[in-house]
Design a protein. Structure first.
Length: 100
């Protein structure tokens, strides 16, 4: 029996969205596009009105929607900074490659 290495878990990204929020729609589309392009993200979308969504908004107090958390930490609010996220993903891949 041969064992295969486990795939690297995706980077946890939490997107807290609000109804009628075009930045939320844009962020969702961008994150889905990154996944389709091969980014290893574990994307969780949370409605701002849900119990979990309200708790995250209370904790992080974003000035606007969407709230984006990466690996549980505040990453952005409002328009998703795509280049900043892509740089973070590249850096994470480089660190993972140097460990492997």
């Amino acid at each position: 029996m041969t064992s295969q290495p486990l795939p690297e878990p995706g980077l946890p990204v939490t997107l807290v969205t609000a109804a009628g929020c075009h930045y939320c729609d844009d962020a969702q589309a961008t994150l889905n596009g990154l996944v389709r392009a091969g980014a290893t993200l574990a994307l969780e979308t949370v409605d701002a009105t849900s119990e979990r969504g309200r708790a995250l908004l209370t904790t992080h107090r974003p000035p606007m929607s969407p709230l984006v958390l990466v690996d549980g930490y505040y990453f952005s609010a409002g328009r998703l900074p795509r280049r900043k996220l892509e740089a973070l993903l590249r850096n994470r891949q480089a660190i993972g490659a140097s460990r492997g």
